[in-house]
Design a protein. Structure first.
Length: 158
């Protein structure tokens, strides 16, 4: 179990860092808002990578890894703000609400990917989507089981 958690965090974070750095140096004019958002994405992937490395070296330090997975769970899109951040694995399930002319529609959407991805947008007209990324949610449950196993293995002093 621990290997799955580590590989999703460390390899996913490193891939996200590489992808984000490529966006910094691509041709085309990007405004200061794009660089600001790319900076935050880079910080997010760096945090996920460091949390994985901390968990690899010190398995009892689970809190950074929990935060690294928790920031990947929300899958939100609405007019003005889009936040979809994933490092390593994506398994998103979302309810989608759309409005075209005088027609309204609602449904669900799934997205399954291996690899890091991020969509962070401000001030764009985006459809309303509310969902969760189930892959990091599953990792959070695995972390809880890893912590339970570690607490059972501790010797009782007394």
């Amino acid at each position: 179990m621990r290997f799955i958690v580590l590989s999703a965090a460390i390899l996913g974070g490193l891939q996200g860092i590489v992808i984000t750095l490529r966006l910094f140096f691509r041709d085309g004019s990007q405004g200061s808002l794009a660089f600001f958002l790319l900076g935050w994405v880079l910080i997010g992937y760096a945090f996920v990578t460091v949390a994985g490395l901390v968990f690899w070296r010190q398995p009892k330090r689970i809190r950074p890894m929990r935060w690294a997975q928790a920031i990947q769970v929300p899958w939100i899109s609405m007019p003005g703000v889009v936040y979809k951040f994933a490092a390593g694995l994506t398994g998103a399930v979302a309810f989608v609400f759309s409005h075209t002319g005088e027609k309204y529609a609602a449904g669900y959407e799934t997205s399954w990917k291996l690899g890091s991805s991020c969509k962070l947008s401000l001030l764009l007209n985006a459809p309303l989507e509310l969902g969760i990324n189930v892959a990091p949610l599953a990792v959070l449950f695995l972390l809880r089981e890893i912590q339970r196993e570690a607490s059972r293995e501790r010797p009782v002093v007394g």
